[in-house]
Structures are given as C-alpha cells and as structure tokens.
Write a protein that binds this ligand. Sequence first.
Ligand code: DP6
Length: 334
Amino acid sequence: VPGRGSSAHTAEAAPNFALAKYWGKADDAAMVPAVPSLSITLDGPLTRVTVHEIDAAEDEVTLDGEPVDERWRARTRRFLDVARCRARVRGSLRVETTGGVPPAAGLASSAAYFAALARAASETWGLDTGTDAVSDLARRGSVSAARSVPAGFVVLDPDHARGDVLAAHTAFPARHWDLAVLVAVVDPGPKEVGSSDGMKRTRETSPYYPAWVESSRELFERCLRAVEDRDLAGLGAAAESSCTRMHAAALAAEPPLLYLAPATLGIIDAVRRLRSEGTGCFYTVDAGPQVKVVCPEQEVERVREGIRAAGGVHRVLVHRPGGGTARPEASGDH
Ligand code: DP6
C-alpha cells in the first residue's frame, strides 16, 4: 500500500451462505462445529481488511475509519490472541476494515471479516498463508468464516479434523454451476440475538436441538450430491429443509429465537409462488430477517421482480459463486 510502512498487509473476502447450515458447536472454546455445512462463497460484496503492526499495548480496530464497538473490538482481540499464540509474537495490530456490509447486520459480514483478517494477520506475522491454514485460523474468529477462505462451493466438516486443525475446502469450483444468489435485504427489525449466543441457547434449551444435529448430516450429503449433479430441485428441497429445521430448533429455544420477520415470510411465499409457476429457485435464511434466493443465471430478473413484489424489501443484491481470499488480484468487473 503506497505511503504505508512495510508492515501493512491487506486482504479481501466476501460473505458465504450456507445451503446445509451450521448451527451449534461441539466445542465452544475451540470453535468446532457440531454439524457439517456446505456453502457458496460469493464474489462480493468484498470486505477489505488492512493491518499494521503498531507500537501499542492493545490492538486498535476501526470500521470505515471509526472505532468499532467494545464487543467487536474484544472479539477481534481474542481472535488475534489465537494468531499471536500460533506465531509466537506479542505485538499489537491496527485493524482497519472498509467495504462489505456492517458487522452483525445478519449478512454474514463476520465471515468475510475474519476470513480477510486471518489472511492479513497470517501474512503480517509470517504464519502459513495456504488456504487450509488460513481457513483453520479464520474459524477461530467465527466458524462460518472458515468457509469464506476457499472459493466456490465449500465444505466444512468436523469429521475432517486432523488434531485441532479443521479447515474448509472447495468441493466444487465456482464455475461448476452457473447460479446466482439474490440477497433480499429486509428492513431491520428489533435487534436480533447474534449467531454465537443464539446457537448456544438452542443447544442448551431447545428440545429439538438433538434432532437437528442428528438430521443435519443426511441433509448435508443430499446438498452435496445435488450440487455435484447440478440438480436445482434436489438442492432446493434439501437446503430449504436445512434452513427450516435450523429455525425450528431455534424457535423452540427458551426464550425463543425468532429470526424471521413478517417480510421474510412474505419473500419465502413469493419464492414458493415463483417455483409453482415454473421458475427454478429456492430460499435460505440465516440468523436475521434477510432472505437469500438461489436460481440459475437466466432466472435472475424474474426472481428479482417476484421478491420485490413481496414487499418490505429494502434492496436486492445479486451475486455469483466466487470469492476466496487467495486471489492474487482484486476482482474484475462483471
Ligand atoms: C445461521 O459462524 O456467525 O449463518 O461461529 O459463533 O461466529 P460463530 O457463528 P457464525 O454462525 C453462522 C450461522 C448461520 C449458518 C451458517 O452460516 O452455516
């Protein structure tokens, strides 16, 4: 970066969205998921993280030039402590984030953030910058962040752990299947419970949590097979089940976790209507009211119109499979 000291390192990453969901940890401290997940890493919006080594007692963390709130700063520091321990260094970093979507907006921004930060910190401190090592480190910031490091259709399976190393990997490259992902951004309602707290509450209080964990591998395998076969209907059925079962388990927690807003249900309804009229598409929803709709490239306009007509949609972002933090250059224009 021009004008900066030699210790500045920048990395970019994009969100990923799970088709087969991760919800629940087998080990909270080690950030090990209880279930396998399959996601699509998108080609944007890119979160850009620049880190500098600084001569200070504590890490400094900014978002678009402003200091972040205390919770986010503490979480970043805890993450950097893991990286410092691996690198056997003690120094502090200034972490500057720009672009992407604001953290905790329910748009998987923490995944892009920790993926980019894991790469930038690894470069700064001379850690292994291979995809596996960066993915494994990113997981310690947010489990889903491990999946934003590789590109395309990505798997994170706790059965693949080697000792305490657990990385996500590309099961199929982005070009495997010409899909589009539309993100319907719903007007934010009351503040939701973050994923980490929500899944912990689900595990501790929902009688449906064991059933969710038990059924997740079968759904994961169905999703993986459907991606391999480019079977949109099969993938939609399995991915929607993974989504609704995750939300059913969360809804049954005490107090209940209700991530679905009225507009969310309206969009889900619109997707089902589009499908009954012959448009191939399916939905998925994470720990917030936003709806992601997956469809073949040629259906984008029809789907966009359909979900806009549902009402309550703030804006619609359209992205494609892509991403990964290992790209040598910034993304090209589409
Ligand atoms: C609903 O990865 O954000 O998006 O590991 O506690 O940071 P932590 O949680 P996070 O949870 C993501 C949950 C999800 C489903 C998914 O992405 O698989």
